[in-house]
Design a protein around this ligand. Structure first.
Ligand code: MV4
Length: 514
């Protein structure tokens, strides 16, 4: 096993990885930016290396700094977590070129899945069902128009370089096609630096179901069942479950088999997720995309299969075969995860950065909290506002929901606004409890709950609100008086900041814990 691993991430996922490392006897190295000097992941790691200013592009996304940090501390491997550089083939290559192990699949597998059109070609070649549509980027509007007529409206225009809904447009008739094509192109160019689009027939009211797969370097690929991820807001998952409320072993076997085919096609090693759209009525499903990383929602699979996915990632990265066979995978009970965000559900989910003044996280039977924060933690505007994940397990979905309600009642966070009240409402919602989920759930739910209240705002208004929140946060920061350093936490913050400032002046620009 590795002796020392650098974790190229922050927050709850860095801590999640540290926990498996501890169990495996692996020494951990955190990285941190100026905004994370006092962060929990830094405190929990054995060592920590400063890698740059607060801005992600100059720190958690800065490949050269991260590799230099790993070399400096003699780490043998880098775990990328999710987000940031987790799906960057360039990063995976740079890690390997530096003589280190990348905890993840090969750069080649990441590249194939990084382009949605090339992923669709891979699925087609492997015989995995894809949504009817093109597998090459559309060369012109004329071609888009001809293709749309061929498949029939409604269609979806999607960014070839995209994923997660950016540069995506639902087009219901030919009159809308030109403006949709142009705006989707512009959005794709702005978001990914690549304006290529492809086209799919739209699946109406689909469920979003994904299969967890695992491969090793000996050619073994297995699946660990599905996660239901239909509850999303603006293409961000909010609640995930394992199994899907459909809970159909035959469907699980069929989808699992297709996901494994997909993994084999790219000689996949490590943890991966194959996303499908499922048409509820017909139980037909189609490959959507493949994520070549550990996912945010992996805990629900861990709770139901009883396996530690991070531990398994380290195992296969050393070249060992998978520790279990497909036949040995079983599913017990039901798990539900809520993503706790520092955002205001009463005000269109606007970000709510600030300092956590009080925190009580739930615990007890069937409760798992993967948290990135502690009392006095600063939730900054620089990174994703997800502060923790609450996952619950019960023998049945109903028991899991009962535990979810209890855990949400126990959860106390002060100083910042969170989406906890939103989850408390969802947990009581009849449609949610019924399990008849599809990707329109949140829209319908919000219509029900705000029938008399506030409305959803446009993405532009939302961006403006983010800027307003950032300004208000910056102003509050300036108003914070440095006069009183009475509490131990405040004293420790000052001490840490002082140590950090002093060390930044040194040539090595880093701080290592003793
Ligand atoms: C679709 C679709 C219907 N038909 N593709 C949204 C995010 C991206 N990963 C794919 N998405 C969709 N693709 C076809 N051909 C509907 C969605 C979709 C969706 C998917 C999952 C979760 C929430 C969603 C909300 C709206 C649309």
């Amino acid at each position: 096993m590795f002796r020392k691993v650098l974790i190229a991430n922050r927050g709850e996922i860095a801590i999640r990885i540290i926990r498996s490392c501890r169990e495996l006897g692996i020494r951990t190295v955190a990285i941190y930016s100026d905004a994370d000097v006092e962060s929990l992941h830094v405190r929990m790691a054995d060592e920590a290396v400063w890698i740059g200013p607060a801005s992600s592009s100059q720190s958690y996304l800065k490949i050269s700094n991260i590799i230099a940090a790993a070399k400096e501390v003699n780490a043998e491997a880098i775990h990328p977590g999710y987000g940031f550089l987790a799906e960057s083939a360039e990063f995976a290559r740079a890690v390997v070129a530096a003589g280190l192990t990348f905890i993840g699949p090969t750069a080649e597998a990441m590249e194939i899945m990084g382009s949605k059109t090339s992923a669709r070609r891979a699925a087609l070649e492997a015989g995995v069902p894809i949504v009817p549509g093109t597998v090459e980027p559309l060369p012109s509007f004329a071609e888009a128009s001809a293709t749309a007529e061929k498949y029939g409206f409604p269609v979806m225009l999607k960014a070839a370089a995209g994923g997660g809904g950016k540069g995506m447009r639902l087009v219901t008739n030919s009159a809308e096609l030109r403006s949709a094509f142009e705006t989707a192109q512009a959005e794709a160019a702005a978001a990914f630096g690549d304006s290529s689009l492809y086209l799919e027939k739209a699946v109406e009211r689909p469920r979003h179901i994904e299969i967890q797969i695992f491969g090793d370097t000996h050619g073994n690929v297995v699946h660990l069942g599905e996660r239901e991820c239909s509850i999303q807001r603006r293409h961000q998952k909010v609640i995930e479950e394992c199994p899907s409320p459909i809970n159909d072993p035959e469907l699980r076997r069929r989808m699992g088999e297709e996901a494994v085919k997909m993994g084999r096609a790219v000689k996949y090693s490590g943890a991966g997720t194959v996303e499908f759209l499922l048409a509820d009525a017909t139980r037909e499903f189609y490959f959507l995309e493949m994520n070549t990383r550990l996912q945010v929602e992996h805990p629900v699979t861990e709770l139901v299969t009883g396996r530690d996915l991070v531990r398994e990632q380290f195992r296969v990265a050393t070249g060992e075969p998978l520790s279990f066979t497909q036949e040995e995978v079983s599913w017990q009970g039901h798990a539900i995860e809520c993503r706790i965000y520092a955002e205001d559900p009463a005000n269109n989910f606007f970000p709510s950065p600030g300092t956590i003044t009080h925190l009580r996280e739930p615990s007890g039977p069937g409760i798992r909290v993967d948290s990135g924060v502690a009392p006095h933690s600063e939730v900054s505007i620089h990174y994703d506002p997800m502060i923790a994940k609450l996952a619950v397990w019960g023998r049945t979905r109903d028991e899991a929901i009962e535990r979810l309600r209890r855990a949400l009642d126990e959860y106390e966070v002060s100083g910042i606004t969170t989406n906890l009240p939103f989850f408390r409402e969802v947990a009581e919602d009849e449609e949610f409890v019924s399990g008849h989920l599809d990707t329109g759930f949140i829209t319908r739910f919000n219509e029900r709950r705000t029938a008399a209240g506030s409305k959803e705002v446009s993405p532009v208004e939302s961006d403006l609100a983010v800027i307003a929140a950032a300004l208000s946060y910056a102003l509050r920061q300036r108003q914070t008086s440095p006069g009183s350093i009475a509490t131990p936490a405040a004293r420790s913050r000052w001490k840490m900041a002082g140590r950090h400032a002093g060390l930044k002046g040194l040539t090595s620009s880093k701080w290592r814990k003793p």
